[in-house]
Design a protein around this ligand. Structure first.
Ligand code: SF4
Ligand code: SF4
Length: 123
């Protein structure tokens, strides 16, 4: 049951989750080439050990504790988390394309500042 990063990370991307993850499964890190251009961060579902440490670390409640708990409005980002791999231009592009589509599909969420966006996910 992998953890999933969702859209409040867009516009925040502070890497607080990276700092607490014990298995380094959240990317891109600040020292990785993709960091500057990545719209958000992603959790590798096969490497996540479901420890939960990232959830309270996130200042904008962007991380859900599994696919089932990820709200309907954020479901497309489950695949983006699963696809993204640092060092692989093709998977990076595919993940970012999903995020771009998500942003285009949810102007109502993007109009809310990241701190308050998670509160609107279920509405
Ligand atoms: S749940 Fe644990 S292992 Fe998974 S991304 Fe969060 S901190 Fe990393
Ligand atoms: S702590 Fe939250 S906002 Fe910051 S990078 Fe991680 S998921 Fe994104």
């Amino acid at each position: 049951m992998p953890f999933v990063i969702t859209d409040p990370c867009i516009g925040t991307k502070d890497t607080a989750c990276v700092d607490v993850c014990p298995v380094d499964c959240i990317h891109p890190r600040k020292d990785e080439a993709e960091f500057e251009t990545a719209t958000m961060l992603y959790i590798h579902p096969d490497e996540c050990i479901d420890c939960g440490a990232c959830v309270p670390a996130c200042p904008v409640a962007a991380i859900y504790d599994g696919i089932d708990s990820t709200p309907a409005s954020q479901k497309s980002l489950i695949e983006a988390n699963a696809i993204f791999r640092v060092g692989e231009a093709e998977t990076v592009a595919r993940a970012e394309a999903i995020v771009t589509s998500h942003v285009a599909a949810h102007p109502e969420l993007m109009a809310i500042k990241p701190d308050d966006r998670a509160a609107a996910h279920g509405k």
